[in-house]
Ligand binder design. Sequence first.
Ligand SMILES: Nc1nc2c(ncn2[C@@H]2O[C@H](COP(=O)(O)OP(=O)(O)OP(=O)(O)O)[C@@H](O)[C@H]2O)c(=O)[nH]1
Ligand SMILES: [Mg+2]
Length: 252
Amino acid sequence: MGRKDEEKKRTIITPDEGEHHHGHSHGHSHRHSHPHSSETIDITLEENFMDRNKSLARENLEYFDSQGIRTINILGSVGSGKTSLIEAISQKLASRRDEILVIAGDVTTTIDADRIAKHGVKTIQVNTGVECHLDAKLIKKALDVVDLSSTKIIIIENVGNLICPADFPLGSHLRLVVVSVTEGPWMIQKHPVMFHEADILVINKIDLAEVMEVDVNQLEQDATQINPNLKVFRTSVRNDIGIDEIIRYLEF
Ligand SMILES: Nc1nc2c(ncn2[C@@H]2O[C@H](COP(=O)(O)OP(=O)(O)OP(=O)(O)O)[C@@H](O)[C@H]2O)c(=O)[nH]1
Ligand SMILES: [Mg+2]
């Protein structure tokens, strides 16, 4: 095959000068690469928005600490098993269900919150509308509507996405990312920011590793190369493998 043919097969599209970059919605100003001054103004707004989120996240963290509440932000792609993991943890901690609050983030539905609430833990659904991530303000709002007097653990399920939620701290003590072998062998390498910012990695659906022809050792290696401090667990939520180890590690 000639070089021209190879190039034709691997087309890479990059934004053109003057094109609108609507990567994902933040419900605020976007970068518009128009000539003249609008570019600078819009970027400044975006940076303020991120800073505002960071300072609200710090306030949330201070609040959690003052109340003696431990919080964990669970992130990961769509369908990796975040809700399944929270259900399994809730089931195993059934005798302490009054101590647990789950905040379930979703774009529009209450499906996850309904699944989790079945296990008797207090659950709040936060719908993000068009946003692809939760933010610190939404968490603060959720906290305003519940009685936290018996709460010792807050588990937050973020919107299923490996990109946007990475930039939005919520004020949690820990970030846990769930990936699953059904996402294929490259998803960790392709989303370094998410793994760089995480404390715990859960590689889920190991029951399907063989049929997916995905090497779990390689996934773990990819992740620890990005972040050597990651604590890694291998799980099959479906077959109750690895969940007890996570609960022990989290000291729940
Ligand atoms: N085979 C297998 N399936 C699993 C496992 N864990 C979860 N699943 C299935 O994967 C599907 C998606 O799981 P969820 O827990 O809804 O995933 P999620 O990450 O919460 O998905 P979103 O909230 O939509 O992003 C469900 O059908 C689960 O039953 C596992 O360990 N093995
Ligand atoms: Mg879910």
